[in-house]
Write a protein that binds this ligand. Sequence first.
Ligand SMILES: Cc1cc2nc3c(=O)[nH]c(=O)nc-3n(C[C@H](O)[C@H](O)[C@H](O)COP(=O)(O)OP(=O)(O)OC[C@H]3O[C@@H](n4cnc5c(N)ncnc54)[C@H](O)[C@@H]3O)c2cc1C
Length: 318
Amino acid sequence: MRPRIAIIGAGIAGATAARALTDLGHAVTIFEKARGPGGRMASRRTARAPDAPSFDHGCQLLSEDADSLPAEPWTHRLASIAGTTVTEIAERTRPVPTPRMNAPAAELLEGIDCAYATRIARVQAGTHSVSLSTESDSLGDFDALVITAPAPQTRDLLERPAPSIAERAAACAYDPCWTLMLERVADAPPLAYDAAHVTDHPVAWLCLDSAKPGRLAAGPHRWIAQFGAEFSRRTIDEAPGDIARALLAAAQEHLGAAATLAQPPHRWRYAFVTGPVGEPCLAEGRIVAAGDWLLGDRAHHAARSGAAAADAVASMLG
Ligand SMILES: Cc1cc2nc3c(=O)[nH]c(=O)nc-3n(C[C@H](O)[C@H](O)[C@H](O)COP(=O)(O)OP(=O)(O)OC[C@H]3O[C@@H](n4cnc5c(N)ncnc54)[C@H](O)[C@@H]3O)c2cc1C
C-alpha cells in the first residue's frame, strides 16, 4: 500500500512538499484551515466572480533567487520615501506570480487531495503512525506528517507529540503587519511611483497591485499599504474596525484622499519570522516541520523548506 502522508498547511511550503511527495507515489492529503491555497502568499478577490479583481494582501514580490516559483518579471518605479518625502525613484524588476500571488501553491496542488476549512486541533504520535483530529472529528492515521504552520501554531500542536520540534519553534519570533487594501480612482492625480519603501512613518510599503503583470487593470487602481513592524507590534491587538480610520489616514498621507478602503484592514499576526532556525526542516519520529521559520522570512525560503521536508519524509519511509 502507498504510504499515507498528511500535510498541515496549503501555503507554499506545504504545497511544495505535497507535490514532491505525490510525484514520488505517496498518497498525500493536505489539511488547511483557510478556504483555499496560498497561505501568506495570499490573494483576496473583491467580488465572488472568478475573474473579479483581487488584492495580493500578503507576499508582494518574489526575490530574484526565488527561481523554483513560477512568476513573470514586473518592471516598476520603486521609490524610497522618508516620512512623506520621496528621496529617490529607480526602475526595478522583480518576479511576480500571475494572475494572483496564490497561483504557485494552487498549481502545485492540482490533483492533490486538499481538505480546506479544516483546522487541525490535535496531533498524536504513535511509533509508526501519526493521527490528526479537528475539534470535533478524528481524521485518521497517517504514516507521516509534515506540518507547515507558522512557528507559534506548530509549537502549540507539537508540544506533546514532538517536544524537541516544539522547543525550537518556541524560540522563533515573528513581526506582525497590518495591511490595507485600497482603491484609488483612476483619474486621481497620478503618483510618480508604482511601489515604495517608506521609513520614518507608520507605513512601510506601498504597492500598486493593479499594475502587476496579469492583473485586471480596469477600474480604480488597487493599492496595498503595509505597516511597519514597530507600529504593527504596538497596535496588533486592536480590533480592525477600531484602527481602520487611523490606518487609512496614514496611507492617505502618501496616496491622498482619493484612496479609500476596499476591504477591512487585514491583521497578520505572524508576517515575517525574525529568528529562523537555520536548518531546512526538523524531524522527530514520524513528524517533520517545515515553513519559512526554518530558513528565512521570504517565500522562497518556505518553498525550499517544503522541498527539504519531502526529502526527509521520503528517506524516513525508505
Ligand atoms: C504581509 C506580508 C508580506 C510579505 N511580503 C513578502 C514578499 O514581498 N516577498 C517574499 O518573498 N515573502 C513575503 N512574505 C513572506 C511570505 O509570504 C512567507 O514567508 C511564506 O508565504 C510562508 O509560507 P509557509 O508555507 O511557510 O507559511 P504559510 O503561508 O503561513 O502557510 C501555512 C498554512 O498553514 C495553515 N495552518 C496553520 N495552522 C493550521 C492548522 N492548525 N490547521 C490547518 N491549517 C493550518 C495556515 O492557514 C497557512 O495557510 C510576506 C508575508 C506577509 C504576511
